[in-house]
Design a binder for this molecule. Structure first.
Ligand SMILES: NC(=O)c1ccc[n+]([C@@H]2O[C@H](COP(=O)([O-])OP(=O)(O)OC[C@H]3O[C@@H](n4cnc5c(N)ncnc54)[C@H](O)[C@@H]3O)[C@@H](O)[C@H]2O)c1
Length: 313
């Protein structure tokens, strides 16, 4: 089962998995779209079930047919938590609990989970390794992902299950529906002379990595993980500022002389909103020791994404 199958990352994951596996995509289509998967129509290895992970009975019924879960369904919007303190608790923590509980009841032992770099909060160790601590998330989203990791670990140890959790840097690529690159491409399509940028110059510095690297890394580590409960950072080997992203997007769109208008609303922070980490660069040494490394750096990933997104505008 892939929860969140009709989303950005989920739909790419399904594409890779159906080559060798029967896949049930489970998605409530809240931010996901059926069109993300329409190219799989007629694919006998794939079935989309429209359902909500908050609906325990339905989820358990579908779980009956599964032997492994990739759990991606979540509310991925970091900003929401500063306005509504319940969303991430419900969609992410309770949702993950429901997935684990239905797995336990149906004897499904393997879960792969999409966590996030936001579990680290602002760190003073850059690049940040998996064993950095104490973990002090600065957003409710980050705390929800950390809570999910803890729930998964305890279910695995208590009920003889296995897990691989990935702390992702920012994933970019075709079919993305949110994030800074998506935002800039769409804003510049509306007005190619001026770009509103959330935060203060030069903005946050973060790692971005391409969706193909993301799926490849996930599947590689899932196959090769050795511990019962594993954690891997997954991202590119560098990090770039928002200013550099804006420059890259403008160059890819062939735009000169775009005026950048920084909102500077976060009281001295370079972030675009409350809970936006200023510097995020994950150490991917653990993945490299396992034998995997990404093919693209942050700027390449952004440039490839701009090309993919503009093809679809
Ligand atoms: N995109 C990134 O850069 C990034 C970074 C770190 C972690 N993640 C995590 O990766 C996962 C996928 O992210 P994405 O970028 O593809 O986001 P997305 O919004 O495109 O995908 C999430 C999917 O989950 C579905 N969903 C949400 N709530 C649901 C529910 N209650 N029941 C069933 N389905 C539900 C949505 O409809 C959507 O299809 C998320 O868990 C996210 O937190 C993403």
């Amino acid at each position: 089962m892939v929860t969140g199958a009709a989303g950005f990352i989920g739909s790419h994951l399904v594409d890779a998995l159906v080559e060798e596996n029967k896949v049930i995509g489970y998605d409530n289509l809240s931010s996901g779209k059926k069109e993300m998967l329409e190219h799989l129509e007629g694919e006998e290895n794939f079935e989309l079930v429209v359902g909500d992970i908050l609906n325990k009975e339905d989820l358990s019924e579908q779980m009956e047919r599964c032997d492994m879960v990739f759990h991606l369904a979540a509310d991925p919007d970091v900003r929401v938590g500063a306005e509504n303190t319940y969303v991430h608790l419900e969609q992410n923590i309770i949702g993950t609990y429901n997935v684990l509980e239905s797995m336990r009841k149906k004897g499904v032992r393997d879960i792969v989970f999409t966590s996030s770099s936001t579990v680290y909060g602002e760190t003073d160790v850059i690049p940040t390794p998996e064993d950095f601590g104490p973990l002090k998330p600065i957003s409710l989203y980050g705390s929800s992902k950390l809570s999910c990791e803890a729930l998964i670990s305890s279910f695995c140890e208590t009920f003889d299950m296995r897990s691989v959790s990935f702390r992702f840097a920012n994933v970019v690529g075709p079919r993305s529906t949110h994030g800074v690159t998506y935002d800039f491409v769409h804003k510049l399509k509306e007005d190619p002379t001026e770009l509103e940028i959330l935060g203060a110059p030069p903005g946050t510095s973060k790692s971005y990595f391409y969706i193909e690297d993301c799926i490849d890394g996930m599947l590689y580590a899932t196959k090769n993980a050795e511990q019962r409960v594993e954690f891997f950072n997954l991202g590119s080997e560098d990090y770039i500022t928002v200013k550099r992203i804006a420059d890259t997007v403008c160059r890819e769109l062939g735009l000169d002389d775009v005026e950048y208008r920084w909102t500077e609303e976060t009281g001295g922070s370079k972030g675009g909103w409350k809970g936006d980490v200023e510097v995020m660069h994950l150490s991917i040494e653990k993945m490299k020791e396992l034998g995997w490394s990404p093919n693209h750096d942050s700027a390449e990933a952004i440039a490839m994404t701009v090309r993919a997104l503009t093809d679809n505008l």
